[in-house]
Design a protein around this ligand. Structure first.
Ligand SMILES: Cc1ncc(COP(=O)(O)O)c(C=O)c1O
Length: 384
């Protein structure tokens, strides 16, 4: 039975999983200090880039001795430069439970053609970390953005591992606790949890990752934008803000503004609490309804950023068409934009819950989802 449309609308209907909602206080005037038209190699440019690196390390609590760099080509650039530069020294293990992890498998198996064991789990599940050989180089995604399944903690990763752990944390950084001592390479971009602008990637290296770079030269050629060493030594400049090629100073300014906002909400703890509250509101909603459920099967692995939902009503005849139609109704009403499931993922909804999203907006969205679902069930039975 169709129900009345709710009265309250989210103040910000942007629930995209990337680019994600900008900080709640955002306005273009906030970028007026950007050194536009100036060289990124000038003192002012270098200062801003260094502030972006230092602010990242400060808020994320990255340990002393780790290197933080700004690299080209967003998160993909950061992951690929790490894989191309470091893999091949020993056997690799590739872990994947959704489409981005699967993309890294393709890179390693089909492009780099490295000796690798591939361990995969279907959408909703995760690979068993206790069965992974961490004496191999292990590549995985901390938070599967397209399945809403995340690694619950780093307990299964041994401190005395011989291999490197290369972790794509693009939808986890600034929302989830990353165990830095268990991660040798961590990558992310600006446009996810902090709602920054796309283009640049962040690359965090542990001392062991640096050691690999300085002691191993891959057999394949490396393009300039992947090269992190010079004469066998780490190119330290990259980790002080001397980027490999030209960055957008507007995007850098925007990131600095987002970092300032992150400080104002209590830093990493505050950001995690915001994401947790957003996700919890959705989990509670699903808990009290029998027609919608989290795609993550094990509650311990449920993401607090990319929350993926499936419709579980037996009356739904075509799951993909149904989910698309619900998302379309929400979009048409202007109450929920870009919240359909990822194109390669099971049919459903994906609602971004990172810290830039206000819990009041999630709470305002949920009755609209119920409304759109009931409207679509009614439309389906009328059409039958
Ligand atoms: C887990 C994961 N890895 C990689 C990417 C690709 O990121 P980018 O577009 O920043 O290269 C995404 C984008 O959503 C992602 O969610």
């Amino acid at each position: 039975m169709a129900i009345d449309a709710p009265v309250t609308r989210p103040a910000n209907p942007r629930f995209s999983s990337g680019p994600c909602a900008k900080i709640p206080t955002f306005s273009l005037d906030k970028l007026s200090d950007a050194p536009l038209g100036r060289s990124h190699r000038a003192a002012i440019g270098k200062e801003k880039l260094k502030a972006a690196i230092d602010g990242t390390a400060e808020i994320l609590g990255i340990p002393e001795g780790y290197k933080v760099g700004i690299v080209p080509a967003s998160d993909t650039g950061a992951v690929e430069m790490a894989m191309w530069s470091m893999l091949g020294a020993r056997k690799a293990t590739m872990l994947a439970w959704e489409s981005f992890g699967a993309g890294w498998v393709t890179d390693v198996v089909k492009q780099l053609k490295i000796d690798a064991e591939v361990k995969e789990a279907g959408y909703g599940d995760i690979v068993d970390f206790t069965e992974v050989d961490f004496d191999t180089d292990v590549v995985f995604t901390w938070n599967g953005t397209t399945s809403g399944v995340r690694v619950p903690n780093g307990d299964a990763i041994p401190a005395d591992r011989a291999g490197l752990t290369i972790c794509d944390a693009t939808s986890a950084a600034f929302a989830q606790d990353l165990p830095w001592d268990k991660l040798d390479v961590v990558t992310f971009s600006w446009q996810k949890v902090l709602g920054g602008e796309a283009a640049h990637g962040m690359l965090v290296l542990s001392p062991r990752a640096v050691e690999r770079l300085e002691s191993y030269t891959p057999a394949w050629p490396l393009p300039k934008i992947f090269r992190m060493t010079k004469g066998g030594k780490l190119n330290e400049g990259i980790f002080k803000g001397e980027t490999i090629n030209t960055p957008s100073m507007l995007a850098v300014e925007d990131y600095l503004v987002a970092l300032d906002w992150a400080r104002s909400v209590g830093g990493l703890k505050g950001l995690m609490a915001r994401a947790d509250a957003n996700a919890q509101a959705i989990w509670d909603f699903c808990e009290s309804r029998d027609w919608i459920a989290n795609l993550a099967n094990d509650p311990a692995t449920r993401s607090n950023t990319s929350v993926c939902l499936k419709f579980t009503d037996d009356r739904i005849s075509d799951g993909a068409a149904f989910a698309k139609a619900v998302a379309k109704r929400l979009e048409n009403e202007g109450v929920g934009l870009d919240l359909g499931a990822y194109r390669d993922a099971p049919a459903g909804l994906r609602i971004w819950c990172g810290g830039t999203v206000e819990t009041s907006d999630i709470e305002a969205l949920l009755p609209w989802i119920e409304w759109a679902y009931e409207a679509e069930i009614a439309a389906q039975s009328q059409a039958a």
